[in-house]
Design a protein around this ligand. Sequence first.
Ligand code: NAP
Length: 250
Amino acid sequence: MQNGDTLPRTALVTGGSRGIGRAICLRLAQEGLAICVNYAGNADAAEETAHLCAEKGVEAFALQGDVSTAAGCTALVEAALARLGRLDVLVNNAGITRDGLILRQSESDFDAVLDTNLKGAFFCAKAAARAMLRQRYGRIINISSIVGLRGNAGQASYAASKAGLLGLTKSLAKELASRPITVNAVAPGFIATAMTDAISPAARTATLAAIPAGRPGQPGEVADAVAFFARPESAYITGQVLCVDGGMAI
Ligand code: NAP
């Protein structure tokens, strides 16, 4: 399947239960992909996402799996493959924050962010690449952040994890381009989800003031960028970072 012309196509979205991940699941389901909705602890939300995807006429199911460990990533990809039969699209979306200024940031908080956001993407990509190399087709899309490009006071661990994802994206793109598997990143700005609901009103006001578009982004706007990279027709685009941020990173 050189260009992904032969369907069916399938996708695994880590952290697909809610927020941006849910929007990505729905968008890829709309494109006709069978969807594995991964989640860590929120089974009800994941089942609801799978149900909403299935309403679009595709196979969809929720699958628990913790991407913060290598074993969890390997088990997740293997279980997804067992259900889907093949894996055409991997979206490394699962992410957490443990914000705090450097003097207050513990090693365990720093490790938790790196383990989930960066190492999780590495180990899921590693397991998925095995199947994609056999298929000679694959799309890996990493959800980074503009914080990975610009840094942010109080978010050293998160910024390091998201910057690391960009290096991972570009290196894997070079490794896998001839196979032919593409690897790209989407870098959202300030998107309305539970993650950004958690920030203080003062920080929200300051952040909104820094967005040229003058509003937060919607999860579906990030999902549209992911769907672009996931298309078979995007075969000649790899190692790219697409900001979905209302102009915030300009
Ligand atoms: P969210 O609403 O907090 O959702 C996070 C998702 O990640 C949930 O589905 C959660 O699953 C899952 N997750 C967390 N830890 C996991 C683990 N160890 N294993 C598997 N799944 C795990 O976050 P969001 O705002 O949608 O963000 C999604 C991605 O976009 C993240 O990578 C985030 O860094 C990135 N991003 C977000 C923004 C923004 O403004 N919101 C901006 C830039 C980048 P459960 O619900 O089951 O726990």
